[in-house]
Design a protein around this ligand. Structure first.
Ligand code: NAP
Length: 361
């Protein structure tokens, strides 16, 4: 890197993901938080007052950000854009309003690194898992042309549920993966909740998370897709089917996975592919990149949510219980931290990748 620090804003700083951004960015070597923004309900107040008793991170509110006055993401946009090089965005609003807000920032020449799902299927918006499809940044040129911008663009992070099993399947793709079935066991922080404010989940499993199965099945196909002209065209295989359950766990999404292949597969080969897999973030040694992306556990009762979700600062994926059904079919379980790797951490890593490629200059 060039030693430059980039000024950033957090839109949705009072939310669950926004709080993660605050803790991840308060001492970041490349990014310096200058602006916190949320809705009109929080605007005009010092952050500490605006967040009140909603702060749920283990670490306390970063001192240097606690007294910043929260701005209104919509009404104060010009002021925000004038103070930052780009923004992180994680807001809870209707999808069409999020799409409009993100596009407004991009058109004001302020790049948007988004956690929201609203733009995930906009064909020229890259949806990036940095270890898997770092080259999808190339579509930004076409998006800038459509938006009529020089700097401004939108890049999105994928849904958190798939960030356990898609990383595990990715190094096996050249073995001819034909079908993936997955059942995810998802933490309540994914719904912006805590065990304290979600009594319905105590001693309970809820077999429905609105929209989650569709995202889990369709988003991987865009991530594995290819740039053709001015759009990203999703791949058509493997076929993916998912069931997503909410479980009484604070953080960490687990997935039970069944995968089928065109040819017979070797279990030792699969484990070795997982343990040795390196992506661009590892090669570039990006600040938030785990040293090893995928870790295979040989113990028969791992990975476990409480023991393993924070592996490599919550940025690595744990895998275990690899077994064979037939020569062509395997099953395993995997786990990733939904608000670190799956949300704010994944977005920060994506921003580091874009930064290293010069997209914020
Ligand atoms: P959340 O805890 O409900 O926080 C929502 C944030 O949005 C708050 O800062 C809120 O500000 C702000 N907001 C609401 N209406 C707004 C408006 N009109 N203008 C500007 N800001 C507004 O939600 P979250 O769990 O952090 O999720 C945020 C986004 O990230 C969602 O799109 C979600 O789908 C996505 N996401 C979440 C996770 C996760 O693990 N939680 C994972 C992946 C993606 P006020 O406090 O002022 O109301």
């Amino acid at each position: 890197m060039n030693g430059k620090q980039y000024k950033v804003g957090i839109i949705g700083a009072t939310g669950m993901v926004g709080q993660r951004f605050m803790t991840l960015l308060c001492n970041h070597p490349w990014f310096d938080v200058k602006v916190l923004a949320a809705s009109g309900r929080s605007a005009g107040k010092p952050y500490r007052e605006a967040i009140g008793d909603r702060w749920v991170m283990d670490a306390s509110i970063p001192e240097k950000l606690a007294d910043l006055t929260v701005l209104d993401a919509e009404k104060d946009m010009d002021q925000i854009v004038s103070q930052v090089d780009f923004v992180f965005c994680a807001v809870n609003m209707p999808k069409d309003e999020i799409r409009a807000l993100e596009e407004k920032y991009a058109k004001a020449e302020c790049p948007v690194i988004s956690n929201n799902s609203a733009n995930r299927f906009t064909p020229d918006v890259p949806m990036i898992v940095p270890e898997i499809n770092p080259d999808h940044t190339d579509i930004i040129q076409a998006q800038r042309k459509r938006l009529g911008t020089k700097r401004g663009f939108i890049a999105v992070k994928s849904n958190c549920s798939l960030q356990s099993y898609v990383p595990a399947i990715h190094p096996l793709m050249d073995l001819g993966v034909t079908k993936v079935l997955t059942c995810t066991y998802q933490a309540i922080s994914g719904a912006g909740k805590t065990l304290k404010n979600y009594p319905d989940i105590i001693d309970n499993v809820i077999p429905f998370i609105g929209g989650e199965e569709e995202k889990s099945e369709q988003e991987p196909l865009k991530i594995w897709g290819s740039i053709q002209g001015d759009v990203i065209v999703p791949t058509s295989s493997p076929s993916i089917t998912a069931q997503c359950l909410r479980v009484p766990v604070q953080d960490g999404h687990m997935a039970a996975v069944f995968a089928s292949f065109e040819k017979p597969v070797d279990l030792d080969d699969i484990i070795s592919r997982w343990n040795s897999y390196k992506g661009v973030p590892q090669e570039l040694e990006l600040p938030s990149a785990p040293k090893q992306f995928l870790h295979y556990f040989t113990e028969e009762n791992r990975p476990q949510t409480r023991l393993d979700r924070n592996l490599e600062n919550g940025m690595a994926v744990s895998i275990g219980r690899l077994r064979r059904d037939t020569q062509y079919d395997i099953k395993f379980v995997c786990l990733s931290h939904n608000t670190l790797r799956g949300a704010a951490g994944g977005a920060v890593l994506m921003a580091e990748l874009l930064c290293a490629k010069g997209y914020f200059d």
